[in-house]
Every structure is written in C-alpha cells, then in structure tokens.
Design a protein around this ligand. Structure first.
Ligand code: SAM
Length: 236
C-alpha cells in the first residue's frame, strides 16, 4: 500500500523516490503489476505500476477497517523513546486523534522535530496496517486548554486508583447500528501522575475518573491498554 504525494484529475499519481524504490526494488513490480494506493482520508484505489508514474485504474471495494466510534487519546508527554512507539501502536489499534498533553507534572515540551516524527510514524503505521485514515495529531496542548475545548460524547481520565470504576464498565453502551457513541476521549497522565487539582478540573468538565486495573502501569502502557479496551468495546 502506497500513499501518493499527489494525484492529478487524470488519475496519475506522483510517487516519492523511496516509494518508487520500494515498489520496483523491494516488491519487484513489473510493468502493469497492480498495487494498492490510499490517501489517508478514506480513498483507496488499485493502480498499475508504470515506471515514471502510475495510472489509477479504478476503485476497489474494501471492508471498512475503521472503528464505529472515534477514539481521541489525550496523552501526557513523557520522557524516553517509548512515547514514539505509543503513537504507532494506538494507530494500529484504530485511534482517530491524539493530543500530546502538557500537564502540571510534565517535564518535557516536545519540539517541532518530534511532532514531525509522530506524524511520519502514524502515517507509516496506518499504511502498514491498511487503515484508510490516519489519525490527526494535535500540537502539544496545555491540559486546561484541552479539557475546555474537548468535544467528546464521553470522556474519561485514567487514574491509578483502585476505587475508580473500571474503564470497560464506565464506557457508554452502544445504542444500535451506525455510530453508537460518536467520540470517546481518554486522558493518560505523566510519570508522576495527575495532581488532585487536575482530576477535579476534569470532573468539573464532565470527565470520569476510570481505572485500568489494580496495578500501576507506565503511562505508555496505560495508553495502549486504554485504547485497546475502548476499541474492543465497540467492534466493527
Ligand atoms: N504515582 C502515579 C499516580 O499515582 O498517579 C502513577 C502514574 S502512572 C505511572 C502514569 C499514568 O498512567 C497515570 O497518570 C494514569 O493516567 C495511567 N495509569 C497507570 N496505571 C493505571 C491504572 N491502573 N488505572 C488507570 N490509569 C492508570
């Protein structure tokens, strides 16, 4: 599967050098061989390889790979390379939007290079797992701003406290076919956890404190677990 740089109205694709290299040298396509093309916003075509470009030859039917709900992950920026891997994994799991959060205990503010890397990671992950849409990545956002602007039909704040209800039990029930619950958002805190004030702010904005189980997970693990549980609750 290849994401073209451009597609003109006549259906000609412009592929990057590495994409051409991949098709020709790695996949060893011969003149006229078919390959799949997606544009990251829902379009999927079959194209036929021609050196110097490729002609789109028609639409192909595919089974929808998107979840029936849209998951918005608010993830506190944490140190270490593990964070990049979370972007890949939650993309594979079907997340629709990711906001890196700057919380009171966040110790690191990511630069623009890091943000570009995340964008590249989610596009590659979407391509690899044949998702038709790649997730939206927001710029790093202050927690208080995020909770004010958040548009979700339901949202939870993951807190490492045993007394909080389990995420799976707190999620709204599917209401029927089609779009059962719209947007579901979940916030994951930093290494040092949320402050009491941040949890109160979340509750004041309709956020529900939820537990992911009785052990204390790393923030990166918690993000993957939370998205997995939400995805599993609304299968397509
Ligand atoms: N000492 C911190 C505390 O008590 O909050 C631990 C923070 S934990 C390493 C990082 C983040 O992962 C938490 O803020 C929370 O969002 C999430 N998390 C980890 N384990 C969790 C659990 N069992 N249930 C819910 N959230 C969890």
């Amino acid at each position: 599967v290849i994401v073209p740089e451009q597609r003109d109205p006549a259906g000609n694709l412009t592929l990057t050098g590495p994409q051409q290299h991949y098709l020709q040298r790695v996949r060893r396509l011969k003149m006229g061989d078919p390959f799949l093309v997606l544009d990251g916003s829902g379009g999927l075509w079959m194209a036929h390889w021609q050196p110097q470009g490729s002609q789109v030859v028609g639409w192909v039917e595919t089974r929808p790979r998107e979840l029936p709900i849209q998951i918005h992950l608010g993830l506190a920026v944490v140190k270490g390379p593990g964070l990049d891997e979370v972007f890949r994994q939650v993309t594979e799991l079907g997340v629709a939007r990711i906001t890196p959060l700057l919380t009171e205990r966040t110790v690191l503010e990511p630069g623009s290079g890091r943000q570009e890397r995340w964008q590249k990671i989610v596009q590659e992950a979407a391509e690899q797992c044949e998702r038709l849409r790649w997730p939206q990545i927001d710029p790093p956002t202050a927690w208080t701003h995020w909770i004010r602007e958040l548009q979700a039909n339901w949202w939870g704040i993951a807190v490492a406290r045993r007394e909080a209800p389990l995420l799976l039990q707190a999620l709204p029930k599917p209401v029927g076919d089609g779009d059962p619950a719209g947007w579901i958002a979940i916030a994951i805190g930093p290494e040092g956890g949320w402050t009491a004030a941040e949890i109160e702010q979340a509750q004041a904005q309709g956020g529900m404190p939820v537990s992911l189980g009785s052990t204390i997970l790393r923030a990166t693990t918690a993000a993957v677990v939370a998205v997995s549980l939400i995805a599993a609750a609304y299968p397509n």
